[in-house]
Design a protein around this ligand. Structure first.
Ligand code: MTE
Ligand code: MO
Length: 321
C-alpha cells in the first residue's frame, strides 16, 4: 500500500525503503533465516525470544464460538504471524522481529469523546471485564491476499456497552500507539501518524465486529497488533486497526490513516466487493496465504448475511473502497 512512492514490489528492495530500514531488514532476514522466510515458518525462537512474555498468557486458549465457520482451512500459524502489514514497523511484510520491541505492558486504553464518563483502563483490567471467546474469521487485505485466523477476543459491542456512549455519538474512532523510538516506521514523516480508523455505531455494534486479544490459542503477538486489535472481517484489512490505545465516540466521521494518505484509493467504508476494482488492481480474486492458486473473492468477504442490511439506503456512498 505504498502511496507516495511506487508500490514496494515495483522497486528493487534497496530502492523501496530508506537506507536505515533496508539495513534493518537485512538484519531481520539474517536473524530469521532466509529458509524460514521462504517456507513461511515461524521465526526461530532465538529471533523472537527477546520480547518479554505476555502476562495474559494464562487466559488462553479460550472456548471457541462455533457460530463462525470457515469455507477454507485455517492459515498456518507461522505464516499468519510472519507475513504482516504493520507500517509502524516498516512497509515490508517482514516486520515480525522488529515489532518485538513494542512494550505491551503497561498498556492503557482511553475511552473518551461523547460518553457519560470518560475512562482509562489498563489492558489487564479490561480483560477482566469481558468474556473471551475464539472465532474463526476470514481476513481479506485490500492488496488481494487473504488468510483465515482463529482470533480470540470479545465483541466490540461489549466495549461500547462499557463506555455508554451518548445518543448523539454517530461514529467510533480508534487510534494506534505513537512511539517512533521503537516503531521506526513512525519516523517516516510522509505518513499521517498515528494510525486512525473508524466506523459507524451500527457497524461497531454489529455482532461480527470483534476486538482481538489472542490468536491461535495464545495472546496475540506484537506483530499482529498486541495487546488489542480489531477484526472487521467484512471489510478490507486496513480497517482492522492494531495495537489500539484510544476509542473515541464522536459525531464527526473519522478519516482513517489510508484515507487521509490517498482518499481516492482507500475510503471510509472499505467493504469487500469483488466487482469494484481498486484503481490499480482487480479485487475479483485473492491469493490465500499458504495455498496454491487464487480463489474468487466474496461480496462482504462472505459475511453479507450479517452486514448487508447496514448499507441499505447508502447506495450513493463509495461503499466498496
Ligand atoms: N496500526 C496499524 N494497524 C493495521 C495496519 C498498520 O499498518 N498499522 N495494517 C492493516 C492492514 S493493511 C492489514 S491487511 C492488517 C494486517 O494484519 P496482520 O499483520 O495481522 O495480518 O492490519 C491492519 N491494521
Ligand atoms: Mo491490508
Amino acid at each position: 500500500m505504498l502511496i507516495k512512492r511506487k508500490r514496494g514490489w515495483e522497486l528493487r528492495e534497496s530502492e523501496a525503503t530508506p537506507e536505515s530500514v533496508f539495513r534493518d531488514r537485512r538484519r531481520v532476514v539474517q536473524a530469521m533465516g532466509m529458509g524460514a522466510l521462504i517456507a513461511g515458518a515461524a521465526p526461530g525462537a532465538a529471533a523472537l525470544a527477546a520480547a518479554p512474555a505476555d502476562p495474559s498468557a494464562g487466559l488462553y486458549p479460550v472456548k471457541r464460538n462455533e457460530g463462525y465457520t470457515l469455507d477454507r482451512p485455517i492459515t498456518d500459524e507461522g505464516l499468519a504471524t510472519t507475513y504482516n502489514n504493520f507500517y509502524e514497523f516498516g512497509s515490508q511484510k517482514t516486520i515480525a522481529e522488529d515489532a518485538q520491541e513494542l512494550p505491551i505492558r503497561p498498556w492503557s486504553v482511553v475511552i473518551d469523546g461523547m460518553v457519560d464518563k470518560p475512562m482509562t483502563l489498563a489492558i489487564d483490567d479490561l480483560l477482566k471485564r469481558v468474556t473471551l471467546e475464539e472465532r474463526l474469521y476470514r481476513h481479506r487485505c485490500v492488496e488481494a491476499w487473504s488468510m483465515a485466523v482463529p482470533w480470540s477476543g470479545f465483541p466490540l459491542k461489549a466495549l461500547v456497552d462499557l463506555a455508554q456512549p451518548l445518543g448523539s455519538a454517530k461514529y467510533l474512532r480508534m487510534e494506534t500507539f505513537q512511539n517512533p523510538k521503537v516503531a521506526h516506521g513512525q519516523k517516516q514523516f510522509w505518513y499521517p501518524w498515528p494510525y486512525i480508523e473508524g466506523m459507524t455505531m451500527a457497524e461497531a455494534t454489529n455482532e461480527l465486529a470483534f476486538l482481538v486479544t489472542g490468536m491461535y490459542g495464545k495472546p496475540v503477538p506484537r506483530q499482529d497488533g498486541a495487546p488489542l486489535r480489531l477484526a472487521l472481517p467484512w471489510k478490507y484489512g486496513f480497517k482492522s486497526i492494531k495495537s489500539i490505545v484510544r476509542f473515541s465516540f464522536t459525531d464527526q466521521r473519522p478519516v482513517g490513516f489510508w484515507e487521509k494518505l490517498q482518499g481516492n484509493e482507500y475510503g471510509f467504508w472499505a467493504n469487500v466487493n469483488p466487482e469494484v476494482p481498486h484503481p490499480r488492481w482487480s479485487q475479483a480474486s485473492e491469493r490465500v496465504l499458504g495455498a496454491e492458486g487464487r480463489r474468487p473473492t466474496l461480496l462482504y468477504n462472505g459475511y453479507g448475511e450479517y452486514v448487508a442490511a447496514l448499507y441499505q439506503g447508502l447506495e450513493g456512498e463509495r461503499l466498496f473502497m
